[in-house]
Write a protein that binds this ligand. Sequence first.
Ligand SMILES: CC(C)(COP(=O)(O)OP(=O)(O)OC[C@H]1O[C@@H](n2cnc3c(N)ncnc32)[C@H](O)[C@@H]1OP(=O)(O)O)[C@@H](O)C(=O)NCCC(=O)NCCS
Length: 201
Amino acid sequence: MTPAQPDRARAADDDYPNMPIEPSRLDDGEFPGLELDSPRPEDGAALWRLARDSRALDLNSPYSYLLWCRDYANTSIVARDASAGPVGFITGYSRPEAPRTLLVWQVAVDRGQRGRGLAAAMLDALARRTGDKLGVDVIETTVTPDNTASNRLFASFAERHRAPVTREVLFDAHDFPEAGHEPEVLYRIGPIPVPAVAQQH
Ligand SMILES: CC(C)(COP(=O)(O)OP(=O)(O)OC[C@H]1O[C@@H](n2cnc3c(N)ncnc32)[C@H](O)[C@@H]1OP(=O)(O)O)[C@@H](O)C(=O)NCCC(=O)NCCS
């Protein structure tokens, strides 16, 4: 444990599960009019549409996105446009057996907003907030080998924060009920150095 880690663990004990995420406006010119916020149940339909329109994510039921926005808001984040609603999101959860590990479940950015660093900004903000509030210092996610953008997003996060990465197949193609699913490769990023978790993107 580093000297700061007991404080982070204590913060996790004190704050979980009622961690409010303060909206933080991303109006540095790169993302005019967008703010990062925790999702609310009324965002659930928009998150489902973003997942559907990505044509890359496994689309879950509308109900699951509504529930996620209600019960996992503290470990998820949306990029919200004041007029158009959510234009990007990351859903995640703190692993029940390893609460300091954030499992990133899905990431999506509206096509019109891609390639400008929005997913990276959301991931940095979510890592910082869950680090501060829940003591999270490891991020896990699974990525299919053919998803170049997603592979780059997480590899780049690890490089930016100087965190070690391991990769191994978590779910093989034959684990899925339908044929044609790519294997899901588990990225495990961490421990993420505390100062890096506290950095702004
Ligand atoms: C993956 C996704 C969320 C990235 O969103 P984004 O806002 O465009 O990503 P960013 O601009 O923050 O880029 C993050 C990194 O990925 C790289 N990247 C983004 N899109 C890329 C692409 N099409 N090809 C190669 N690299 C790409 C960026 O260059 C950047 O890397 P860098 O930091 O080394 O420069 C977006 O493409 C998307 O919604 N895809 C469909 C859903 C999906 O596949 N989700 C991931 C699986 S859970």
